[in-house]
Design a binder for this molecule. Structure first.
Ligand SMILES: *[C@@H]1O[C@H](CO)[C@@H](O)[C@H](O)[C@H]1NC(C)=O
Ligand SMILES: *[C@@H]1O[C@H](CO)[C@@H](O)[C@H](O)[C@H]1NC(C)=O
Length: 210
């Protein structure tokens, strides 16, 4: 029975290589990005590595609700799609956001497939929504003229990450957290309309074709 052992060895080697790629090769943040440093100079926003899949937890609240969800996101700007698989209040759902189909108010074409309770069939709903899952394109920080908000600590992330502040769709203040490898590790926003606050933290992020 050499076959299974061989497979385990190969996948361990692959995992080690992926980890090495993540931790090496990216230069650390320069001292010019350290707040209160004499060297400080407002940095230019970076291009992101936008094709990724990641585990996430998200807490969203306003004056009427408080939702905590966990799941998996695929961010695929090449296809203008975000897919979020979530577990929320004992239900499992898959939500696809099609950013090729957005109203001028910023509502996004959403297909929501829910597997609830004891149902043997999924419920499928489609319509325009105010998405909690923005599509992050490679140049979003550049085209939004993001303002650097300092190096900060985030849950699930080892070491410091850069925070960048933008006005998403010109209307919603979003803070995007980015590692020194220009990989997103999460985002936060508030929407003044319903006074909604959302915190999304990523972990186990895999960069590459989504
Ligand atoms: C699922 O089935 C169990 C056992 O029949 C029942 O007790 C429970 O209330 C059902 N749950 C829902 C959400 O319908
Ligand atoms: C755009 O999205 C709306 C809302 O989900 C949907 O009804 C419509 O069919 C979509 N149009 C296209 C061309 O996909």
């Amino acid at each position: 029975m050499h076959f299974p052992l061989y497979l385990v060895g190969a996948s361990l080697a692959a995992a080690t290589a992926t980890l090495a790629n993540k931790t090496s090769a990216c230069p650390p943040f320069p001292s010019s990005m350290v707040a209160f440093s004499a060297d400080f100079k407002q940095p230019l926003p970076p291009l992101l590595r936008p094709e990724f899949k990641t585990s996430f937890v998200q807490h969203k609240w306003d004056q009427y609700l408080s939702h905590i969800t966990a799941g998996y996101i695929s961010n695929a700007p090449a296809e203008r799609l975000v897919r979020a698989d979530q577990a929320i209040d004992g239900e499992i759902s898959t939500s696809t956001f099609n950013y090729a189909n957005v109203t001028k108010e910023g509502f996004v074409d959403n297909t929501l497939t829910t597997y609830s309770g004891n149902s043997t069939k999924p419920d499928v709903w489609r319509g325009y929504v105010n998405s909690n899952f923005p599509l992050f394109a490679a140049d979003i920080l550049v085209t939004s003229e993001a303002v650097f908000g300092g190096l900060v600590q985030r849950p699930f992330v080892h070491g410091l990450v850069a925070s960048w502040q933008i006005m998403y769709q010109g209307a919603i203040p979003v803070t995007v957290y980015v590692s020194n490898c220009n990989v997103m590790v999460g985002y936060e926003y508030f929407s003044p309309d319903l006074r909604t606050r959302v915190i999304t933290n990523y972990f186990n992020t895999e960069v590459g074709g989504a």
